[in-house]
Write a protein that binds this ligand. Structure first.
Ligand code: GRF
Length: 201
């Protein structure tokens, strides 16, 4: 039986798209639901194009709304793919160990509240770090703090600006997140990922 995955989004949805591309019809995991806190998130278009049910949360802090949608679609795993709000603790408790997030830097550095999008890459460049990357980790009650399951590294190159660095990180995120979901499906729950995801750029 395939693992039923709910994906929460707030924006563009390139990670959702990458996940949908990676999970073919015979994959051991299937996206059964897309949750968004924003009705205008472009990510919802990927859900519609692939006929995946989506739910726009009226109040993202209302755990009852989350749980109703998750239970209705039999979600086994929640993937935060560019979801920018905190998941309510009454959702985390029943799904503890079964919620993962992808973050566009090498946690534990450059994470935490307010560290998202372009700001992350600006902070990496300002720090003088020689490398960045993507992290998939378990989600708990604190932003970007849960156990790290896997990371993919990319170099910071001379002349980088936040957009160029973001594009390089995005390329590895798009392989790291599907690898994490497939590993979770194989193990029945999220587990550390051992296969390295190398930068192709
Ligand atoms: C990604 O960089 C992800 O790491 C972060 O938010 C961004 C979402 O991008 N959590 P997208 O909506 O998947 O294109």
């Amino acid at each position: 039986m395939s693992m039923h995955v709910a994906v929460a989004v707030s924006g563009r949805g390139s990670n959702l798209e990458a996940l949908l591309r990676a999970l073919g019809p015979d994959a051991p995991a299937r996206v059964v639901l897309v949750l968004s806190n924003r009705p205008d998130a472009p990510a919802l278009e990927h859900a519609a194009a692939t006929r995946i049910p989506s739910v726009v949360l009226q109040d993202p802090a209302d755990s009852a709304e989350w749980l109703e949608a998750l239970e209705c679609h039999g979600a086994d795993l929640i993937v935060l793919a560019g979801y920018l709000k905190l998941v309510p603790s009454n959702v985390i408790a029943p799904y503890r160990g079964r919620i993962i997030n992808v973050h566009p830097a090498l946690l534990p550095s450059f994470g935490g509240q307010g560290m998202y999008g372009r700001r992350v890459h600006e902070a990496v460049l300002a720090s003088g770090a020689r490398e960045s990357g993507a992290t998939v980790h378990l989600v708990d009650e604190v932003y970007d703090r849960g156990a790290i399951l896997g990371q993919a590294r990319v170099p910071v190159l001379p002349g980088d600006d936040p957009d160029r660095l973001a594009a390089r990180v995005r390329e590895v995120e798009h392989r790291l997140l599907p690898a994490a979901v497939l590993a979770a499906a194989a193990a029945g729950r999220p587990v550390p990922i051992h296969e390295p995801v190398e930068s192709h750029q």
